[in-house]
Design a protein around this ligand. Structure first.
Ligand code: DP6
Length: 381
């Protein structure tokens, strides 16, 4: 039995200018452009092996050890596009095996708990699409491939690049110009760090797909956000990244997170992603910046209560000193070298609800790897 295979890893990305709203649900076309920072795969990544064989009977996917359905419209859209591109390759060179006609076996694993509420679908779809693109030896560039990942999950298109990434919303109804592009590579501004404060929460969030549908349909503030605020911030944030202007980058990041949660609250019925823990962390970050006399750290929140903090490596000690009074006993907290003289506890007495801290940094885009999750007969190892 001949099994063709390719393996790749893909990163998580956390938006600093949020994607929230679709103008086309099937094609995952957004109502605004967005920007993100790709996080290091040392700490958070999906590893996927894609294989195909004339002997496989059906498309199958194993995710973190369990057989999962491939039948969702989104996954089907990705597989269809990839097979069409492969057909083009086979058409040009008739000697190539007809992989586009073979069934696929895909095995995928995250190096972080899926349950932590971290953006796993972005890394997941990016790894799926990138590994199949490698298996099929597609000549298309990463922006082209990002359009396929976008159909799986909007934010996934940004995980095709490392460093600082923009998803240009595009105008075309067929989505051909709605793609991810690199704003700046990791090497341009490599000292960007990210600290993820995992906040435990019992209530079930509104999933982002239905949450954004509700916002588009009911929020009065939403049009102001997509027509006025985001287009201007998109240009300002790209320019702040190119200039490595942290205070501007950080201020825009915080304002845009707040604006996104404001349109959630303005949806009807309202959507609440931030909880009391999230809100106390917001206050604490503003306090740390105030004491410093300049903006050295930014917070941002996605469709859940977890905080992601961005800062430059040289300021890490100051930030950890501000967090220490609350989180020094939490798993993953790194002790600062110096101790702050400011009495934070007199300002916010306590912050409970953080269960884990992941200290990470900016990272690279998807990579092909020789590590395979599939054996010679095309089944998970
Ligand atoms: C708040 O990409 O998960 O994280 O396209 O429906 O799969 P779908 O949504 P998804 O939404 C992410 C929303 C966000 C903001 C962002 O990542 O830009």
């Amino acid at each position: 039995m001949t099994v063709y295979q390719a393996s790749a890893t893909a990163p998580v990305n956390i938006a600093t200018l949020k994607y929230w709203g679709k103008r086309d649900k099937t094609l995952n076309l957004p109502t605004n452009s967005s920007i993100s920072v790709t996080l290091s795969q040392d700490d958070l990544r999906t590893l996927t092996t894609a294989s195909c064989s004339a002997d496989f009977e059906q498309d199958q996917l194993w995710l973190n050890g369990a057989l999962e359905s491939l039948s969702s419209e989104r996954t089907q859209a990705c597989l269809k596009d990839l097979r069409t591109l492969r057909k083009g390759v086979e058409h040009k060179d008739a000697s190539l095996p007809k992989l586009s006609e073979y069934k696929l076996h895909i095995v995928s694993e995250n190096n972080f708990p899926t349950a932590a509420g971290l953006a796993s679908s972005a890394a997941g779809f990016a790894a799926l699409v990138f590994s199949i693109a490698k298996l099929y030896q597609l000549p298309q560039d990463l922006s082209e491939i990002s359009k396929i990942a976008r159909k799986g999950s909007g934010s996934a298109c940004r995980s095709l690049f490392g460093g600082y990434v923009a998803w240009e919303m595009g105008e075309s109804p067929d989505g051909e110009d709605s793609k991810a592009v690199e704003v700046a590579p990791l090497e341009h501004w490599p000292n960007m760090k990210a600290l993820i404060l995992v906040v435990s929460d019992d209530k079930k969030d509104v999933p982002s797909t239905s949450g954004m549908q509700s916002t588009v349909a009911t929020s009065d503030l939403f049009n102001h956000r997509i027509n006025e605020l985001v287009p201007q911030r998109f240009e300002e944030m790209k320019s702040a990244i190119l200039k490595k202007d942290f205070p501007t980058f950080a201020e825009l990041t915080m304002k845009d997170s707040n604006s996104f949660h404001a349109v959630c609250l303005d949806s009807f019925p309202p959507i609440f992603y931030l909880n009391d823990t999230s809100k106390k962390i917001i206050k604490l970050i503003h306090k740390i910046n105030e004491i410093e006399g300049k903006t050295i750290v930014a917070y941002t929140y996605d469709a859940g209560p977890n905080a992601v903090l961005y800062y430059e490596a040289e300021n890490e000690d100051k930030i950890l000193s501000g967090l220490k009074p609350y989180f020094e006993n939490i798993q993953g907290f790194k002790q600062p070298q110096t101790v702050t003289s400011f009495d934070f506890k007199s300002f916010i007495p306590e912050i409970t609800g953080v269960s884990k801290i992941i200290a990470t940094k900016i990272g690279e885009g998807p990579k092909e790897t020789s590590i395979s999750l599939i054996n010679e007969s095309g089944l998970p190892k």
